[in-house]
Design a protein around this ligand. Structure first.
Ligand code: URA
Length: 424
């Protein structure tokens, strides 16, 4: 068997055997398969796809490339929640403490932001002192003690995905359903949770640009979950406009805190409550309406926020020390009308440009900068009324570029739905 035979086979639209996928993935990890050969194989997969069997084999081979967390020392069912990535997506920061305040165990490994989408770990590290690197022993103890721990992914977890993803990122081979599904699910399964909840974002600010591809990705991930007897539930949610109002690390933490104290923006709240009520249904078999009432109670009686405080303290963070830049610019509308769209991708790119995101994993980010929307899709804006506040440090902004993100028209278009589907 040679890597060239394997590339040719996939180029000719044939199904690869498990041994052939193993040869390519393990060879790439040990250096016997070169970057240019792996990129060629990845491109053949992007163009010609993989069957469900090949995708499950690829997932399994990636899982076995590194450590698998053993969370059996945690009492009770453990939930992991993942998002395929969006702009302003601070759902985990709210959902985690909210569920933990109800006794549900959240043991979660999160990623850093790359490109125009943010990452939970960067947001948490914007809280001074917050330690996202716990030993496995401490991670397990913390979940047993306070029901929640949020940490970064270790280097030993699915190293094959780490190396292949870095290559995909620079070779135009990210957009492939089998590659995305196996990449996400290998990390989720290796992280050891019992129930996997995935928020599949769809829209111009997301990896999945249309509902059909989002549904196909969700079905594939649910199928992989079944192969491992891990109940996997996917919620498909809209990412045409940023989620909530804040985009940028510290600003998003502040908005998450507001939401945990019962004062969150309605779209963020809708996604959080929907995801949480599905999880409570899966863990406790509680009817949806009952679960929703319980969740609102936890937000309004201070219990959810108290759990967030406990989490921050347990991981060494200082909750009263969340810094936000005091160099603030108010961007006003140059016309009046209804806001029919706010371009999430473009807003995410502007946030990255002013320092809130990174181009490569080595880039340093500025936690204190970002944008806060004063208007959302469906709102009416007067001429000269504020559309957005921009928090800057040492980079400049282009006002016209920011204004271009807003589609303002005389007629109000129908509001797009936020929750588009549930696949399980
Ligand atoms: N997120 C991942 O972890 N992997 C992908 O391939 C895409 C998004």
């Amino acid at each position: 068997m040679t890597i060239i035979d394997i590339i040719n086979k996939k180029r000719n639209r044939k199904q690869l055997t498990r041994e052939e996928i193993e040869f390519a993935v393990n060879g790439y990890l040990d250096g016997s398969v070169k970057d240019y050969q792996m990129s060629s194989l990845l491109m053949a997969i992007v163009l010609n796809g993989m069957t469900a069997r090949e995708t499950i084999d690829l997932t399994d081979i990636m899982i076995k490339s590194g450590d698998v967390l053993d969370l059996s020392k945690i009492d009770g069912l453990i939930v992991d929640k993942h998002s395929t990535g969006g702009v302003g997506d601070k759902v985990t920061l709210v959902l985690g403490p909210l569920l933990a305040s109800l006794g549900i165990k959240i043991a979660k490994m999160s990623g850093r932001g790359l490109g125009h989408t943010g990452g939970t770990i960067d947001k948490l590290e914007s809280i001074e002192g917050f330690n996202t690197k716990l030993t496995e022993k401490k991670f397990i103890k913390q979940v047993n003690d306070i029901n929640i721990a949020l940490v970064g992914q270790t280097a030993d977890l699915v190293p094959a995905d780490k190396k292949i993803y870095a290559l995909r990122d620079v070779t135009g081979t990210v957009e492939s359903l089998p590659l995305i599904a196996s990449s996400i699910m290998s990390k989720k399964i290796a992280s050891g949770a019992d129930i996997i909840m995935i928020d599949v974002k769809v829209g111009n600010g997301a990896l999945m640009k249309n509902i059909d591809s989002a549904k196909a990705l969700a079905k594939l991930m649910v199928r992989i979950g079944k192969a491992y007897r891990k109940p996997t539930i996917c919620l498909i949610t809209n990412m045409e406009e940023p989620l909530g109002n804040a985009v940028g690390n510290s600003l998003e933490v502040k908005e998450a805190i507001d939401t945990l104290q019962g004062n969150g923006p309605s779209d963020l709240l809708e996604v959080v409550i929907t995801l949480c009520s599905i999880i409570i249904g899966a863990v406790n078999k509680m009817p949806n309406n009952e679960a929703k009432n319980l969740l609102f109670k936890q937000l309004n009686n201070g219990e959810a926020y108290k759990k967030f405080e406990e989490l921050v303290k347990a991981q060494g963070g200082k909750i009263n020390n969340i810094k936000i830049s005091d160099k603030v610019f108010s961007i006003k509308s140059d016309r009046e009308g209804y806001i029919n769209n706010i371009d999430a991708l473009h807003i995410g790119e502007i946030a990255k440009k002013i320092g809130a995101g990174r181009n490569t994993l080595e880039d340093k980010i500025d936690y204190e900068v970002g944008l806060v929307l004063s208007k959302k899709v469906g709102d009416y804006v007067e001429k000269e009324e504020e559309l957005v506040k921009v928090y800057l440090k040492d980079k400049d902004i282009s006002i016209s570029e920011i204004l271009e993100c807003f589609t303002i028209e005389e007629e109000l278009k129908s509001n797009p739905k936020l929750i588009l589907d549930i696949i399980k």
